[in-house]
Design a protein around this ligand. Sequence first.
Ligand SMILES: Cc1cc2nc3c(=O)[nH]c(=O)nc-3n(C[C@H](O)[C@H](O)[C@H](O)COP(=O)(O)O)c2cc1C
Length: 648
Amino acid sequence: MKRWRFLLGFGSETGQSKAIAQGMGDIASEQHQICADIFELDEVDKQFKLEEESIMVIVTSSTGDGEPPGNASKFWRKIRREKNSKLLSHMKYTVLGLGDTNYSTFCNCGRVLDRRFEELGATRFYPSAWADDAVGLDLTIEPWLQGFWPALKETLTKLNTSTETSINNLTESINQLNLTQEIKPTVNRQLSSSNKFKSNQDNITYSSNLSEMTTLTLPPKSTHSLSIKLIESSEVKDHLPTDPHYHVSTLIRRECLTHDTAIKPVMSIELEPSEEEFLFEVGDAIKIVCANDENEVNLLLKRLEWMDRASHQLDICISPDNTKKSAKIPTYIPSMCSLRYALTNCIDIRSSPRKNLLRLFVDCTTDEDEKRRLEELCSREGSDIYIKYILEEHLSILDILNHFPSCKPDIAMLIEFLPPLIPRFYSICSSPLDDVRSIKFVYSVLKFDALNGRTYERFGVCTNWLNKITIGTKILIQTRISQHFRLPLTLDTPLIMIGPGTGVAPFIGFLEHLYLSSKSIAGFDVNNLHTWLFYGCRHRQHDFLFEEQIQMYQQINVLKHLFVAASREEDYPFRYVQDQIKANGHELANLIYNRNAIIYVCGDIKTMVRDVRETIAHILKENSDITNIDEYMKSLETSRRYLLDIWS
Ligand SMILES: Cc1cc2nc3c(=O)[nH]c(=O)nc-3n(C[C@H](O)[C@H](O)[C@H](O)COP(=O)(O)O)c2cc1C
């Protein structure tokens, strides 16, 4: 008998939606005896056909400025362009969107697909949901999944989807699908009388708001689909990471742009792509393939007592007793590499472990009190403490293992359940008109002290790697093409560029491009430009990035107006870029409302994106006759006149 099935399509840029879709696939088969056929959304018409699917569940994130992730863009175009309003009238669906509320285009990709599916005749069998990475995805996903499974079973039952299932077996299947009783693994572990985690202060190992008697609801236990062994081999030779989708470049320059006294140093990097045909434009970003810190890898190897086997070859195959249909050998780990190589180059050892991994850790922990605390941290009842002590403090896998010394996971568990190490991206700050063989970008050096549960000092993964590698090192790169963050086609469109800190990077590229265009294109007159730059730093003497270059653009009339904010200078009235925006409110509102200016915002989402948007809305309200300001702001976004290039 074939089992009940549904289609589970995912779109994922950095792997979270993929992991969630795979987790749902596991729960479907292990707990509900339902088969989820899991595909990237862009595998449409190759691996699945919409016309043939009765139930489709979409899990997708948004990237860029509300755009679909790389493996969902073909699907997105197909659905958006589709004219046949009955195309999906045979289909039931729901969407789980992943996003971040710091973006005004929160979950835009999921929301647009959700709306288009409805317009194309599909019926939602369960309300779609929007999970927010800013507060923790699980906060939405956990309760959503609770209702999802009964709704899915009910829909499957009504639809009688399984064409291969005979009538007799169908009855049997329906009986198997116990519609009323959800499987909720619960646990009520008694703590030892000497509970070593008892303390007066709440922290990662103890919190008073979960009483020892609280019954905990745990996430379902993921099962292994891989069999991973370490083989002592002299043949294993680790080499530079390779990936046919990436280009080789060479690090040719690295310098510090800030004064020695700057609180947050900023570095500038120049790369030379090996191939002539490497293409980029101003407004694009560059993806960098990086590696984990050697010391951190060593600490992890030591903690796990795997140091003596670090150079052994990893042998990965699908486990003989695997039951997952979606089981695949991870393509991001080379077939011949050592354990050290995989931990350094392929696996993300820094990001906070998800709850499904904490759940697996419970079973490889011997101490009862540690087990109970791990259960609390991954339980539904412990959602708040998981967010507070793990996500918000960015605890890594090593931090968790250090806090729970009796936890001894095996190699297979970490290799299978930790996410891949993904490339990091940076806004390009140079123009190809200057030199197509030179790509420049900047980054801040971020240091995180050993505090608040973090058990060792650390720096940002990629920036730390970029700081340590030697000049001449080969680096794999790829352009992340910007869909909309581009210079306008018409010269006289006013440009309002807002970029505090390293957020100024793409605007340096824009200004350089305008300057070089004025030298090389006949009829390009800088006097026609209307360029406004709002820049912010801590202290103009210490960390004013690209100061000389910006001043030069001002002198030659490429940059018409410069406004600088300085957050740490006493007696300077403009602390933040939004103070400068407010002070120039009248003129800016006129440019936006009457002269179709384009507003570009670039920088760290945590610090300013919301404040800048509110300030722009405020100055427009004060200086125009717009009656519905929210609608007007939305229209700026949809007409691509309010553009974001932001990161967290
Ligand atoms: C460069 C970048 C751009 C993003 N743009 C958006 C966006 O426009 N809207 C949104 O809601 N979330 C946005 N996000 C947040 C992601 O959608 C969110 O972190 C999600 O969990 C990532 O899932 P994934 O790993 O499956 O891609 C962005 C994240 C990054 C790193």
